[in-house]
Design a protein around this ligand. Structure first.
Ligand code: SOE
Length: 392
């Protein structure tokens, strides 16, 4: 049978942890979802030509290059997928949008509000020519999270009162864990705040359909000097004898108000010993509550306050039914999905949006709004004050 669908030629910049995750998504999505366009893994870009070639071969990209500027300008590239550290997001995304390429950019959108504003302006300009831009908050695409949003929007929680969100990791709680770009402000913008705090800001706003309008926060760096990394892969590395400064926060906590009146308590840390990737979200409303923990990511807990007190209790919903978001394309009930599926779902939604000519969600404007929340936490921590986000 002849292939009817038009190709969608993708160039991906960066091939570390996120590049691996995005590559599996581009590889897998067309095999499980009936996509309206046919993604082609055209070019992988990395600054070292030899390593980029090796990664392209291993991850399934047709070609490799060490020159992102040349690649984003190519006529045979339709989508630019940015998987580099935050300090390069703005330059690459703006160049790609100006060259008429759809852009998928890893989170947080940028390292500063100014960069995120410039990226959003470029995205809005490109939008007029049908060019789309999306920021990669993948956890939105975990089925249990989609179910949580659905329950809130159907009014099953009633009026929202409390939003409790934690993102807990421990990968640098050992003071001898080596420095990586994630601990360097010039590369990462911030530490736990932007890397993982950004996810819970996005997730809580996504689930509640509401916005943070004011906050007060505190940042802390517990270990201010670490050994340089001799070699590095993903989140782990081997230490060298020399030491260098940690220039970002190790942990962030903030109190917030949502526009609809709910109170929020947020905590993001890389020092929660024993917690590996615990994204815990609990929402309490007048009619019920819900709770999620990524370490048990196929489950959503729901409490219905209208049930008789004698038999009421949190029910553990296994979000693996065909009626749950994205699940019908995968396995029978109870077989479960993993971390990587969020990235696959992200590709599915982006490709669908490109085919339909509709805005993919979250847009760069959504990424900018999260960036403003992160910046407000930093200002609040520096000045020991409450910050308003209204009008922003
Ligand atoms: C490291 O903290 C990290 O890989 C983040 O950068 C990701 O965004 C998060 O999904 C998992 O942890």
């Amino acid at each position: 049978m002849t292939e009817q669908r038009l190709p969608l030629r993708v160039a991906m910049i960066g091939h570390a942890f996120m590049g691996n995750a995005h590559s599996q998504a581009w590889r897998t999505a067309p095999h499980f979802f009936p996509l309206p366009l046919r993604p082609e893994m055209a070019v992988l870009v990395g600054h070292d030509a030899g390593r980029a070639a090796e990664a392209a071969e291993r991850l399934g990209w047709a070609e490799s290059s060490a020159d992102w500027r040349e690649v984003v300008a190519r006529d045979d590239v339709d989508v630019v997928d940015i998987c580099t550290p935050g300090d390069t997001h703005a330059e690459i995304a703006i160049a790609a949008l100006e060259a008429g390429k759809h852009v998928l950019c890893e989170k947080p959108l940028a390292n500063t509000v100014e960069e995120a504003e410039a990226m959003t302006a470029a995205a809005e300009k490109a939008r007029a020519d049908g060019v789309l831009a999306m920021v990669g908050f993948t956890y939105r695409r975990v089925p249990a999270i989609g179910l949580a949003r659905r329950l809130v929007s159907e009014g099953r929680l009633g009026e929202l009162r409390h939003v409790r969100a934690q993102y807990l990791q421990d990968w640098i709680s050992d003071p001898e864990a080596p420095l990586s770009w994630r601990l360097d402000k010039s590369k990462a913008g911030s530490g736990a705040l932007g890397d993982i705090g950004a996810h819970i800001v996005d997730l809580t706003q996504y689930i509640t359909g509401d916005r943070i309008v004011e906050l007060t926060g505190r940042l802390e760096t517990f270990v201010r000097e670490r050994p340089y990394a001799e070699s590095h892969s993903g989140l782990s590395g081997t230490a060298s004898a020399e030491r260098g400064p940690v220039t970002v926060d190790d942990a962030a906590s903030f109190l917030t108000s949502f526009a609809g009146g709910a109170m929020g308590v947020f905590e993001a840390t890389r020092f929660a010993n024993g917690r590996k990737n615990a994204i815990r979200i609990e929402v309490n409303g007048s009619a019920g509550s819900l709770a999620f923990d990524f370490e048990d990511m196929n489950v959503l807990e729901f409490f219905d306050a209208s049930e008789p007190a004698e038999t009421a209790g949190f029910r553990r919903i296994l979000a693996t039914e065909a009626g749950h978001p994205y699940v019908a394309a995968w396995w029978p009930p109870g077989h479960g999905l993993g971390y990587e599926h969020g990235f696959t779902h992200q590709v599915v939604d982006l490709v669908q949006a490109i085919a339909d000519g509709t805005d993919p969600s979250p847009t760069f404007a959504d990424g900018l709004q999260v960036q403003r929340v992160l910046a407000a936490v930093e200002t609040s921590s520096d000045t020991r004050s409450w910050q308003s986000l209204e009008g922003g």
